[in-house]
Design a binder for this molecule. Structure first.
Ligand code: AMP
Length: 207
């Protein structure tokens, strides 16, 4: 199963991708997580990427394509993978197609998680991560335990989220037709409980 998960910031694609990964025993590959790790490690690439990320801008294509190409070489990707947050541009989608074609492992499906704009903003601005466990909470819908060490992602602040949503719309304007033309696109309603959305995803993936 080789899946691309498309969804706006805070659409739930990170959470659902994690559940899919556990259920099918395949890795979830998040370029956002990889870039944040590189930033935290203070590598030259990470620090360069941070300049774009902190402003809610896309990191240059060649940087993320290089990261994904290297990651897909790992043995754990052989049975399948879930891409979360990649591709975000048509050149990234083309590079991914070329890469997977060269391995004889084309994409199975591209899922778009659909969530209305006003819900996305509330989800992102109230989202917090426990820095010790990586667990994601929501101050209103999924409150953290009292001992959690909470972090608010720098790019989850309202002004930056708005910019990221504008970027997301620009991205999907080109990517959705790209995958629709290739008969790979499935839309899934991303409003509901976690379990409801997991079930809808399972149907879209035919699992
Ligand atoms: P995410 O965690 O997927 O929301 O990504 C956080 C940030 O990392 C984005 O706002 C971008 O700055 C950067 N990023 C992640 N994936 C990509 C990508 N495929 N192309 C360009 N920038 C990316």
């Amino acid at each position: 199963m080789r899946v691309v998960l498309l969804g706006a910031p805070a659409s739930g694609k990170g959470t659902q991708g994690q559940l899919l990964s556990e259920r099918h025993g395949i890795p979830k590959i998040s370029t956002g997580d990889m870039l944040r790790a590189a930033k935290a490690a203070g590598t030259p690439m990470g620090l360069e990427a941070a300049r774009f990320m902190n402003e809610g801008k896309l990191v240059p294509d060649e940087v993320v394509i290089g990261l994904v190409a290297e990651r897909l070489e790992a043995a754990d990707c052989a049975p399948g993978f879930i891409l979360d947050g990649f591709p975000r541009t048509v050149p990234q989608a083309e590079a991914l197609d070329a890469l997977l074609a060269s391995k004889g492992m084309p994409l199975s499906v591209v899922v778009q998680l659909d969530v209305p704009r006003e819900l996305l903003l509330e989800r992102a601005t109230l989202r917090r991560t426990d820095v010790r466990t990586g667990q994601i909470y929501h101050l209103k819908y999924n409150p953290p335990p009292p001992d959690a060490q909470l972090e608010h992602r720098a790019d989850d602040r309202e002004e930056t989220v708005n910019k990221r949503l504008v970027e997301y719309d620009a991205m999907t304007a080109a990517l959705l037709p790209y995958y629709h033309e290739r008969s790979l696109l499935r839309r899934v309603d991303g409003v509901g409980t976690m379990q409801e959305i997991t079930e809808r995803l399972g149907q879209a993936l035919g699992t």
